[in-house]
Design a protein around this ligand. Structure first.
Ligand code: C5P
Length: 313
């Protein structure tokens, strides 16, 4: 009797990964290691990159999408570093063609680069048949960057330490958002440095000067109950003054969104993308149209959260 042929190993694995918004980003003092202690409440939202891993003779990385030219397409790309880290841990060679279909704003404060790294880890793990556990992959994510574990996990979570120590959070409903994408990006280290500089003018920026950050119980309750009004009253981003200092025109974007009826307006992470919490899907469509027409941003896009983390498609 002939045996059925064993399934051929996959030639390509594609993983979809979400963007994030920080509904609370409380930044502690500058640590001796150059990072800041955070109370970082992440919410994954439905803007996605796709990362495809295909067997190849040697490492290669390509990017598609309207902003592909803004993404480094060499070995410095965080997704390429993720593939090399995984291969190195397993003593194999990182011969893979990674292709990133880019839809998350580049250098926009929505963790697009972190999402690509999380996607590359999962795609390569499955392509190479390594069978890593979720915990093993999350550990590698934390080595790659502060936001990478959350990009992998998705949903909603409190990130402590430098943001990599995750506690999943319950979310009692769908929140509707509009994201105003700016012309050009902001560098995350530059924004943290500006935050420190501004703090130096008001009492200091070290851990001794800045209270240890903690998650706001009212904000966690708003997520749990799915109440957009309560969430709007609680959102907070300690990096916002720094992002506005580096990019003063963002104040006009925030005002335009509030005038269009948003419940809350804040800079997303280190910016320059601005995030607007709105009441429902109809308000999201309307607010996105008004913001796009306002001329205060490049484009405005509705999205809902929470969204799932890295998923093989
Ligand atoms: O961890 P990641 O590589 O994404 O961090 C990029 C930069 O952002 C760090 O080098 C640091 O300047 C800043 N950062 C920080 N505190 C954090 C996370 C990031 O100062 N908790």
């Amino acid at each position: 009797m002939t045996q059925p042929a064993a399934a051929a190993p996959a030639r390509t694995v594609t993983v979809r990964v979400p963007a994030k918004v920080n509904v609370q980003l409380s930044v502690g003092g500058l640590r001796p290691d150059g990072f800041h202690g955070l109370a970082n409440v992440f919410l994954a939202v439905g803007l996605y990159d796709s990362v495809s891993a295909t067997r190849a003779e040697q490492p290669r990385l390509t990017v598609s999408g309207p902003d592909a030219a803004l993404v480094p397409q060499d070995r410095t790309n965080l997704a390429a570093r993720a593939a090399r880290l995984l291969a190195q841990r397993h003593g194999i060679s990182p011969d893979v063609h990674l292709h990133i279909a880019k839809d998350i704003p580049v250098a926009g404060g929505m963790a697009g680069g972190s999402a690509d790294a999380a996607g590359a880890l999962l795609a390569c793990d499955r392509l190479w048949g390594l069978g890593s556990t979720r915990e093993e992959l999350l550990q590698l994510c934390a080595e790659l960057g502060s936001d990478v574990p959350f990009s992998f996990a998705g949903g909603a979570a409190l990130g402590e330490g430098r943001g990599e120590k995750l506690t999943p959070l319950e979310v009692g409903g769908t929140f509707h958002w509009v994201f105003a994408v700016a012309e050009g990006g902001l560098s995350t280290p530059d924004v943290y440095r500006e935050c420190d500089r501004l703090r130096e003018q008001h009492g200091g920026s070290s851990e001794a000067d800045v209270p240890a950050p903690t998650a706001d119980p009212a904000l966690l309750a708003a997520l749990r109950t799915g109440d957009p009004q309560a969430l709007a009253a609680a959102v907070r981003n300690d990096l916002q003054p720094a992002a506005l200092s580096l990019r003063p025109a963002l104040a006009e974007t925030l005002t335009a969104g509030l005038e269009a009826g948003a419940l809350a307006a804040l800079v997303s992470g280190s910016g320059p993308t601005c995030a607007f919490l709105v009441a429902d899907a109809a308000s999201a469509t309307r607010t996105a149209q008004t913001l796009t027409a306002s001329g205060t941003c490049r484009t405005a896009r509705p999205a809902t959260g929470p969204a799932p983390g890295a998923t093989v498609v």
